[in-house]
Design a protein around this ligand. Structure first.
Ligand SMILES: Cc1ncc(COP(=O)(O)O)c(C=O)c1O
Length: 496
């Protein structure tokens, strides 16, 4: 069958492909831990669901305005103005079925055939798909691990040309969890203003940033009039299946995007929009509780991954993805993802599902129960242990999690030593420090983020920190050793 040129480059999203493979194994009786799909593992908050149900019962089941019902656009404008520190009018808000339309339709409205569009690599696969459909030329800019997965600004400068029309940013990022620092945004904003470029700033994970708030480029001088903010309800309010998102953009563009919505989807489901109003206007403590829990899970996953020989993982600053470097195994990311599915029973995504810049990495979603995360670390560790000794892996590693001073920063991330050492976690950089174990046994430091097992070998306090009931993992069987508590013997002076 012959197709129009504009769709020939389209491929399936890697997450759906891996999910299908994992489900096939499950159908054959295997138990699989799913860390491939990026969605909250909690149900939609009850008050939000109830608002949606109520809306259906009250007959909100008919066509709505293409750009969204007025009350929702108002609520979004008010909330986004407050959170981003800029003035946003309801007329700038366009509501759509999910956040994807707020990426796709502005791109269709702005990009002319042959226009170049800069986007992050690795990045959310929809970016390159929509650039191609719009007839644009995709121009990837690498995100570098040693730069905390922010844009490489030298590369960015080199790739901006007279044909550049649009820059796509995503912070916090899928798949890396990186947050773009203000200085990088200022640099990009300066180029955008000088060259009269548009920016799409995908901020769907904006509420999900852990150690630092993710700044928005739209708040920088002269940027609101050339920026589309893409955001939505899927991740923040656990509403992936409701399909509700929005774009915030200058009014003339909003009018064009509204027309594209009119002629493609018509409008967004009315009752979904009423649920969205409740999500914004209702209590926000559930969002905060879920985010605090994600942060705990992030800490466990990152520390656990770094305890595996050959794996190096920065602490993501936002979103719910860890993006460990596994290049030392000398295998492709796709091979390793397949291997972990088959051998470890853990579904993860190869970094290359997000572009060629993802080679050497895997993406693991930590919106999953603590128990599954701990089991996944154990299973991945055992499967990777069967592979040949990684090329650049050092001796067995021991970690001390310590949120400490900035002056410990080191972005090299190499380790070769026969001496025991700790990793200090400085926000998002793991810094290797050789240690001289103390002779006396001091009070036990908090090496692991937490341990919930009364009888665990690491003998840390058995009472868990308070957790939202919605998120509580099933209690592990008594007598089970905490899977990430395998602290090796060199650390005995710390009181094992
Ligand atoms: C970076 C990014 N942008 C946009 C989206 C799309 O969100 P939605 O499901 O609301 O369309 C996703 C979903 O995974 C995402 O990761």
């Amino acid at each position: 069958m012959e197709f129009a040129e504009r769709v020939t480059h389209l491929t399936a999203e890697g997450a759906y492909h891996m999910l299908a493979r994992a489900q096939a194994l499950e159908a054959a009786g295997r138990k699989i831990i799913h860390l491939e799909i990026g969605q909250p593992d909690v149900p939609t908050f009850a008050n939000v669901s109830e608002a949606g149900i109520r809306a259906i019962q009250q007959g909100q089941t008919r066509y709505a305005p293409s750009a969204g019902i007025g009350a929702l656009r108002e609520a979004i404008a008010r909330d986004a103005s407050r959170r981003r520190g800029i003035e946003i009018r309801a007329s700038q808000v366009v509501v759509g079925p999910g956040a994807k339309p707020a990426l796709f339709f502005p791109t269709l409205a702005l990009v002319r055939p042959g226009d170049e569009v800069i986007y992050p690599d690795p990045g959310f696969p929809t970016y390159s798909a929509m650039i191609g459909v719009a007839g644009g030329v995709p121009v990837p800019v690498p995100l570098k691990e040693e730069e905390d997965f922010s844009f490489n600004l030298d590369m960015f400068d080199q790739r901006v040309t007279d044909h550049t029309r649009l820059i796509i940013l995503n912070s916090p990022s899928n798949p890396t969890g990186g947050v773009m620092p203000r200085a990088a945004l200022e640099h990009i904003a300066d180029v955008a203003r000088r060259r009269n470029l548009w920016v799409i700033s995908d901020e769907i994970y904006a509420r999900l940033s852990f150690d630092v708030a993710a700044p928005t480029i739209a708040a920088l001088p002269g940027m609101a009039e050339r920026t589309v903010i893409c955001d939505g309800f899927s991740k923040t309010y656990a509403m992936t299946g409701w399909r509700l998102g929005f774009g915030i953009m200058p009014e003339p563009l909003a009018e064009r995007v509204e027309l594209l919505l009119t002629h493609s989807v018509g409008c967004t489901a009315s009752f979904t929009q009423y649920a969205g109003i409740e999500a914004i206007n209702g209590p926000q403590d559930q969002v905060e509780a879920v985010n605090a829990e994600y942060k705990r899970r992030r800490d466990v996953l990152v520390v656990g991954l770094n305890s595996i020989r050959g794996v190096r993982c920065r602490a993501p600053q936002g979103a719910f993805y860890a993006f460990p470097n596994v290049s030392s195994f000398g295998k492709s990311s796709a091979w390793l993802a397949n291997y972990l599915l088959e051998e470890a029973g853990v579904a993860v995504l190869p970094g290359t599902a997000f572009g060629s810049g993802g080679e050497g990495y895997l993406r693991l979603c930590f919106a999953n129960s603590m128990q599954n995360i701990e089991s996944a670390i154990e299973q991945i560790s055992s499967a990777l242990g069967k592979l040949q000794t990684p090329r650049s892996a050092g001796n067995r590693r021991v970690y001390r999690k310590e949120f400490s001073t900035k002056d410990t920063r080191n972005t090299k991330g190499t380790w070769h030593s026969s001496r025991p050492f700790v990793f200090l976690v400085d926000e998002n950089v793991f810094v290797r420090r050789e240690i001289t174990p103390p002779t006396a046994s001091p009070a036990r430091p908090s090496i692991w983020p937490r341990c919930r097992h009364a009888d665990c070998c690491c003998a840390r306090p058995s009472s868990p920190p308070p957790e939202s009931p919605a998120l509580r993992s099933p209690t592990l069987p008594q007598g089970r050793r905490n899977s990430i508590c395998k602290r090796p013997s060199p650390f005995a002076p710390f009181g094992q």
